[in-house]
Write a protein that binds this ligand. Structure first.
Ligand code: FES
Length: 175
């Protein structure tokens, strides 16, 4: 067996093992998503002209990645509904350590996340102040934190990224 043919099998075994440890397929699916990160090049994005409230989707390493500029009211509102969330402190969710905060971001205004529901991978849509998944109605707030009301139990995945200046965002590398 070549190294190239061994790697996918090892990844599947890791995913299966992790799924068995946690007793669920959802985390195994998330591991598969997360393990895609080390491959490919970083992507530089000019966010200087991104208006407040606008969600931009870019494709990065085969994944839809959202970049959104939140306003001060939206950021302040994140503190108001934490009792309704499944993982308000992102203890069971995937993000860089630098983004494990209430806003789940490096900067309060700029939100970056993989735009795939952590239940089974559908694409949620922005509806006012939430992201609503059309498949089984999981709902996420504007920090990608999931509400208890749907089947998803983990927050949206936050990829590694950093800012080069006020207007350049680099996906794929931590600060
Ligand atoms: S895939 Fe989103 S709720 Fe099932």
């Amino acid at each position: 067996m070549t190294d190239a043919s061994r790697k996918p099998r090892r990844r599947i075994m890791l995913a299966a093992g992790l799924g068995a440890m946690t007793g669920g397929a959802t985390l195994a699916w998330r591991w598969g998503l997360f393990s895609a990160y080390p491959h490919g090049s970083p992507l530089r994005l000019d966010i200087g002209d991104l208006p407040e409230g606008r969600l931009r989707t870019v494709e990065w390493r085969g994944l839809p990645v959202w970049v959104m500029r939140r306003n001060a009211v939206e950021v302040a509102a994140l503190a108001a509904h934490e009792a309704e969330l499944a993982d308000p402190e992102s203890r069971q969710s995937l993000q860089p350590a630098t983004c494990r905060n209430r806003q789940r971001s490096l900067r309060p205004d700029i939100f970056v996340a993989v735009g795939l529901c952590t239940h089974q991978g559908c694409t949620p849509a922005l509806r006012a102040d939430t992201f609503l998944c059309p498949c089984h109605a999981s709902r996420y707030d504007l920090a990608g934190r999931v509400y208890r009301t749907g089947p998803a139990t983990a927050n949206l995945v936050i990829p590694a990224y950093h800012f080069e200046t006020g207007r350049w965002l680099v996906l794929g590398l931590d600060a």
